[in-house]
Write a protein that binds this ligand. Structure first.
Ligand SMILES: *Cc1c(COP(=O)(O)O)cnc(C)c1O
Length: 393
């Protein structure tokens, strides 16, 4: 099809949430019920998440960022305590470490996975290290067994940024089924959404109290009980905190999204496989990592190849613009966060510190991928790329 004809078509976004009447009716019911903030729907959504993840404790939150923040706060990090994390992530991973009062210590990625390089983690451990914070980038599980073994050896906590990994499996277990702490995001671009929202799963009772009070003003009692006949109006605060609870309107949406999540992931997987099939052998691209050397199930939050800029002779940003000109939305996940002004200025990071991260960050782009994307829409993406690369397909 000619580029002119392409432009006649509606803009194809790189991501789109999937709703139907289930979510719409639930929101209406919730609004009519008279109880719209944290209440029975949040309670049910948390139960459903516990069952889905097979995890003893799940707390819903206003966002994934809130989850990272309160998990780190609950660990009582002191100034100069170090949190080791990946250099290739969304900036929330770094910001929350700083906001919780600790120091982010970045390490480079493994170019075979784009996830944190476990050998680099080991090298970065010092007597001040308290936490390892891996990110399951794009829905691909970090190889967790060696990471947890390392954490155990050095008596460190592992906080998994699983914002992109709801439904991801590692060795036939859900991310969130084992380990220390995991944080999920339900932002509209993620594999399921509550508009905004997040959840934290934890496996040790010892953090539960701290985390649940950190979620709501430091108030030491269940929020819901406070407003029902069960509880009295009194409460105590042992430590001040902010407010990160999820509303019942959001949880009502989440209850239905969670029921469909496995189907969403199946759809994503089909589309990802089709991208692999159609783009196989294209010298202009490096296809996304999908390692086979450990047992895992990818949840395909993103399908993010790298552009072979040396071969095509133009930049990734040029490619994004050219695709946009064809009416096709492309995501960018992520600009390397160590090069943001604050992180350069405060921690002295500079270009050249994390070569693999910077290589990927200069070349990566996220192709359209969402459960309701049609084969025809996917063909548009593939034809658009072929057109830009002057390829016949
Ligand atoms: C989306 C995301 C977050 C933040 O989640 P929010 O719900 O938007 O606050 C954090 N880390 C990573 C890796 C993410 O992709």
């Amino acid at each position: 099809m000619s580029p002119a004809a392409e432009l006649e078509k509606p803009f194809l976004p790189f991501s789109k949430p999937t709703f139907n009447d289930d979510e719409i009716q639930e929101v209406i019911q919730c609004l009519k019920s008279g109880w719209i903030t944290t209440g029975p729907r949040v309670q049910k959504f948390e139960e459903d998440l516990k069952n889905y993840l097979n995890c003893p404790h799940v707390l819903t939150l206003a966002s994934g960022t809130a989850g990272l923040y309160i998990a780190l706060k609950a660990l009582d990090l002191q100034e100069n305590d170090e949190v080791i994390t990946t250099a290739f992530t969304f900036v929330a991973t770094l910001n929350t470490i700083v906001m919780a009062g600790a120091k982010p210590v970045l390490v480079d990625i493994d170019p075979k996975t784009y996830n944190i390089d476990i050998l680099e983690v080991e090298k970065a451990i010092t007597p001040k290290t308290r936490v390892i914070l891996p990110v399951h980038f794009a829905g691909l599980s970090v190889d967790l067994d060696p990471l947890y073994a390392l954490a155990k050896k050095h008596n460190l906590i592992v906080l998994e940024d699983a914002a992109q990994a709801i439904g991801t499996r590692y060795k036939n277990k859900m991310i969130g089924e084992f380990g220390d702490l995991q944080v999920f995001s339900f932002h509209p671009n993620k594999n399921m959404t509550t508009i905004e929202g997040g959840a934290l799963s934890l496996h040790h009772d010892k953090f539960l109290k701290k985390i649940s009070t950190a979620r709501f003003h430091g108030i030491d009692r269940d929020i819901w009980d406070r407003f029902t006949k069960k509880g009295s109006q009194h409460y105590d605060v042992v430590e001040p905190a902010l407010k990160f609870n999820m509303s019942d309107v959001q949880a009502g949406i989440g209850i239905h999204q969670l029921k469909k999540l496995e189907k969403f992931i199946d759809q994503r997987e089909k589309l990802a496989n089709r991208y692999f099939e159609k783009l196989k052998g294209w010298t202009e691209l490096f296809l996304p990592p999908h390692p086979q050397n450990f047992d895992h199930k990818h949840s395909w939050h993103l399908f993010a190849p790298c552009l072979n800029i040396e071969s095509v002779g133009f930049s990734r940003d040029d490619l994004i613009q050219k695709m946009k000109d064809l009416g096709i939305g492309i995501g960018l996940h992520y600009d390397a966060p160590h090069l943001f002004t604050y992180y350069q200025k405060t921690f002295g990071y500079k270009i050249g510190d994390f070569p693999h991260t910077e290589w990927v960050s200069d070349r990566i782009f996220s192709l359209p991928l969402f459960p309701l994307m049609t084969g025809e829409e996917q063909d548009r993406v593939i034809e658009g790329l072929a057109h830009i690369f002057n390829k016949t397909i």
